[in-house]
Design a protein around this ligand. Structure first.
Ligand SMILES: Cc1cc2nc3c(=O)[nH]c(=O)nc-3n(C[C@H](O)[C@H](O)[C@H](O)COP(=O)(O)O)c2cc1C
Length: 434
């Protein structure tokens, strides 16, 4: 049997493409419209360089940290995604892998597995909710998450109803019954290994969202839930503050890309934000998250924890995000590729790749801890950073960091060394105050 281990996330993605039926693979790639943002998220990391030392490296490197009061062995969390048709064990396999590697599981509202099974697999589970349905329904879901032992909430509020894709959206049935299975069959038979993993369990992919089930009711279908979400009037900032008050524990707001929104999130009382564009599924042409991170971290990083997601495929990407002010990162497609390629072991494989790459980056920079990483360790192209929604700037939403008033002596030195100054991120200790 071929070796199931893979050495990079790119290889896991190739295997996922080969293994999954095209429509399932297509649903994971997703992205909206032209796919500019999904590409930009990854390209932006490739544009940032390192300037590694040749000697004086530290023999031991500290990679552990704490997010939303939960100690974790590495600054990489599982971002919530609905993974219905990738693998029969779905989110439970992902949760186990995250637990085995000492990190946090983010469970989507649209997940295929009930939250109780997931918290049993990983006690450090954060439950993700959308602003979907009535306030009573939202309260029921929070209540259920609490009973199941979720340690915190991720409220994903960015608008992610993509308006079609230039490469065509995959066909996914509302339910997998005999009729739709027959329509799906030509795709499925071209992927016999995928089909076999499901057939072994005696089940077809369950396209329902059990965590949105009303007490005594039936689990809605994925598309039924999606329709309800789209039909719910969008939340106001007062609604965000209300939502936050309903959970007496750590609370993350996911989807922030602007400084003004980050400040309003602080006012609403959140514990953490994730700088995120939903992995390129929000408005296409929204800039890469890493380009807006430093301005946001500078503005609110001493009051709340600032995380980032979008485009993380390597441990060096994690190091870059941390150097620019993120406390930790969240991954989406990277673990989905791992799950498709090799189930739970594939997700562990991805987390190991990220850990190894992060450790190498910390070593190369001559640091003994992720908490020592700083922007001055990076080589960044001119005009790379963007400050969106900075109320201090009159010229509109976007201001080049060259014009930032937050320049320090270190920035000036960096500029003199041919590197571009970046906004100063909050010190790691300050970020953990909340
Ligand atoms: C297939 C897919 C499904 C997703 N589903 C959700 C979801 O249900 N809830 C959510 O908050 N984010 C969802 N996301 C966004 C991810 O949590 C995360 O923000 C994004 O994947 C990060 O970008 P990356 O895939 O480049 O790592 C989804 C992303 C993908 C690719």
């Amino acid at each position: 049997m071929a070796n199931a281990w893979f050495e990079t996330v790119a290889i896991a993605q190739k295997r996922a493409k080969k293994y999954l039926p095209p429509s399932v693979y297509g649903a994971l790639v997703a992205g909206s419209e032209k796919g500019v943002t999904i590409e930009a998220n990854q390209d932006a990391f490739a544009q940032i360089g390192f300037a590694p030392h040749v000697a004086g490296h530290k023999p031991h490197r500290e990679l552990s940290t704490e997010v939303m009061g939960i100690p974790i062995s590495m600054p990489v969390l599982i971002s919530p995604t609905g993974v219905q048709a990738v693998h029969p064990e779905g989110e439970v396999a992902v949760a186990r892998a995250a637990a085995n590697r000492g990190t946090i599981m983010g469970l989507s509202s649209f997940a295929s597995k009930p939250i109780d099974e997931v918290t049993e697999a990983n006690e450090n589970t954060l439950f993700q909710i959308y602003w979907c349905g009535t306030k009573d329904q939202i309260l029921q879901r929070l209540e259920r998450a609490k009973r199941a032992g979720a340690k915190g909430i991720i409220a994903t509020l960015d608008w992610s109803f993509s308006n079609g894709r230039d490469w065509g959206s995959p066909w996914i049935p509302e339910r997998l019954d005999l009729k739709t299975a027959a329509k799906f069959a030509p795709q499925a038979v071209t992927r016999p290994k995928w089909l076999y993993t499901f057939l072994k369990t005696g089940r077809v992919p369950d396209l329902t969202a059990p965590n949105l089930q009303a007490p005594g009711g039936e689990a809605p279908t994925f598309f039924g839930a999606y329709g309800e979400w789209m039909g719910t009037p969008p939340p106001t900032w007062e609604d965000v503050a209300w939502l936050r008050e309903q959970w007496d524990g750590p609370f993350m707001l996911k989807g922030v890309t602007r400084i003004d929104d980050a400040k309003r999130a602080v006012d609403a009382g959140v514990t953490a934000i994730s700088v995120s564009n939903h992995g390129g599924n929000n408005l296409d042409t929204t800039p890469a998250t890493i380009r807006v991170l430093p301005g946001i971290a500078e503005a609110v990083g001493d009051e709340i924890e600032v995380l980032l997601d979008g485009g993380i495929r390597r441990g060096s990407d994690v190091a870059k995000a941390l150097s620019l002010g993120a406390k930790a990162v969240m991954i989406g497609r990277a673990y989905l590729w791992g799950l498709a390629a090799n189930g739970q072991a594939g997700v562990e494989n991805v987390l190991d790749i990220l850990r190894g790459g992060l450790d190498s980056a910390v070593l190369g920079q001559g640091k003994s801890s992720i908490h020592e990483l700083s922007p001055e360790d990076l080589v960044v192209p001119e005009g790379f950073f963007l400050r969106l929604g900075d109320p201090g700037k009159l010229s509109g939403a976007v201001v080049d960091s060259k014009n930032s008033s937050s320049r320090t002596a270190a920035d000036t030195n960096a500029a003199a060394n041919g590197r571009v100054p970046v906004p100063k991120p909050a010190p790691a200790s300050a970020a953990s105050r909340s």
